[in-house]
Design a protein around this ligand. Structure first.
Ligand code: AMP
Length: 282
């Protein structure tokens, strides 16, 4: 296991691999690793000669200072988890300075409107920060394949758009959502929940499953109202949004079309911690 903290050292190491015709698979993370992250690494291990995992809490994608400060940072145990999975995975855990030098600012991106929906609407500048860091990582690492979870489905679509618009030579692979036993989507933020809240948060996935059933026979508007009613009955939760949207454009479903694939997207607060999840509705 080799851990890199400086992009120059990493780039020299990776160019040796590339000269040797080795394929590179890349898994970007913000650390506090769980089974969801590991599932991405397992997929990458299957499909590439070398796998590199980044562990970097990217400041420019946080629109909330407290969320950034409280984001769990567990580098030592992350390294152990990766080591247990495979001894040859490379780790890139840079400092903020290594990535941003002195200017911790985002580039501005146009993702053909994908950035104005849902997460983009509620987290100003979030996807500029995501685009900035992912583009930077792709430049440094030059992977053939990069792995992203459907847990952050909007991010996955945005990264695909980034790659298409900038003609980046990398294939983006979407991986299914990994869940806890009670259905709660695994997330580093779950670590900040009390055991009670973590149990109660199972209602998020239960509600998504119910929405999927209801959407067979009801309109998007009706299903959205049903979901909103559920959370009104649970004062521990604060529903930020539930939307049924077209998977490709992320536009809200107004009238169902048989030719489109829809997904239900949710963001909800419990104990002041923001959780997101989504489900395919077909
Ligand atoms: P993060 O560390 O939260 O930035 O996540 C790093 C990558 O892991 C992103 O591509 C996420 O979508 C993915 N990921 C996070 N949680 C899960 C999960 N429960 N199942 C699958 N992928 C996940």
């Amino acid at each position: 296991m080799v851990i890199f903290t400086e992009q120059n050292v990493l780039s020299s190491h990776l160019s040796l691999l590339t000269n040797d015709n080795k394929t590179i698979g890349f898994v970007p993370t913000m650390g506090a690793l769980h089974e969801g992250h590991l599932s991405l690494m397992k997929e990458a291990l299957k499909e590439n000669d070398s796998v590199i995992v980044s562990i970097f809490v990217n400041p420019t994608q946080f629109n909330n200072k407290e969320d950034l400060e409280k984001y769990p940072r567990t580098l030592a145990s992350d390294i152990e988890k990766i080591k247990m999975l495979h001894k040859d995975i490379l780790i890139y855990a840079p400092s903020v300075e290594d990535i941003y030098l002195k200017d911790i600012v985002s580039e501005h991106f146009n993702y053909d409107g994908l950035e104005t929906k849902m997460e983009g609407k509620h987290r100003t500048g979030h996807f500029d920060g995501v685009g900035t860091i992912i583009k930077r990582f792709f430049e440094i690492i030059q992977p053939q394949k990069a792995y992203f979870g459907e847990k952050d489905f909007q991010q996955l679509q945005i990264v695909k758009k980034l790659v298409a618009k900038h003609n980046l030579p990398v294939c983006i692979i979407g991986c299914p959502i990994f869940r806890e036993k009670n259905g709660l989507a695994m997330s580093s933020r779950n670590e900040r929940l009390s055991p009670k809240a973590r149990e109660k948060a199972a209602i998020i996935y239960q509600t998504l499953l119910a929405a999927k059933t209801q959407f067979q026979t009801k309109s998007a508007k009706e299903v959205t109202q049903i979901v909103s009613n559920v959370f009104e009955k649970h004062p521990d939760f604060n529903l930020e949004y539930f939307e049924i949207a077209d998977e490709e454009t992320l536009s809200t479903c107004v009238r169902k079309s048989k030719t489109k694939k829809y997904r239900g997207f949710i963001a909800v607060y419990i104990e002041n911690i923001r959780l997101i999840d989504n489900i395919s509705l077909y």
